[in-house]
Design a protein around this ligand. Sequence first.
Ligand code: APR
Length: 236
Amino acid sequence: MEKIVILTGAGISAESGLATFRDAGGLWAKHRIEDVATPEAFIRDAGRVHRFYNTRRAQAAGVRPNAAHAALAWLQAAHPGEVVIVTQNVDALHEAAGSRGVIHMHGELARALCAACGHRWDAPPEMSRADACPACGACACRPDVVWFGEMPYRMEEILDHLAGADLFAAIGTSGQVWPAAGFAQEAAGAGAHCVEINLEASAVASDFHEARQGRASRVVPEWVAGLIGEAGVQSP
Ligand code: APR
């Protein structure tokens, strides 16, 4: 049965009220990446980095999934084949909509990581450099989020999924951050039909066979309804 692999980016959470990164007024218009999203920033000023993620954690806790998240959960439940969701997002909106097995390649706001021993635990609402690791006691806790210059999580597993995909969709991502920006190429190379669902053409739009432009909360439910309505997914 046809395997579907879906990559999501900040655009799928925009209509839930979470800022994207590169749109006008986005997070990188208000913060310098070098100040809040690199290992060097954390060494230089852990408090500033924690404040940035504490704010995002509080915002993420206050929003709800939108129709696009719900449609992907519906697809996972209704499609007879495997549906794998890989997200660049660190919010938990896919899980809140009912999706299962979501691969957070850039980590999760809801998790904490000890930079000293590698222990992971559920993050408190507010983290600070004074927090001690529950396992080793060191005061070296950080958000379990992948920073620029660090390796994304579960890449081998993701590449295996892409190698076996019949249909690949990227939803709400600008295609400017690698390795996620290269996933359509990987999937197309393995014979998958690749669809880009976004407000506008991304930086890697030419890697896709099909484009559906518009707000995710409208376009994704339409796309999913079409897939399920075809009595399972037929590659076009
Ligand atoms: N519906 C569909 N697409 C949307 C919507 C919407 N309502 N709103 C915005 N978009 C699109 C924008 O057009 C843009 O192409 O979502 C994309 C968001 O792009 P970015 O802000 O660059 O976010 P993303 O691609 O997820 O960034 C990737 O960069 O900074 C790092 O780690 C961070 O995971 C992030 C990665």
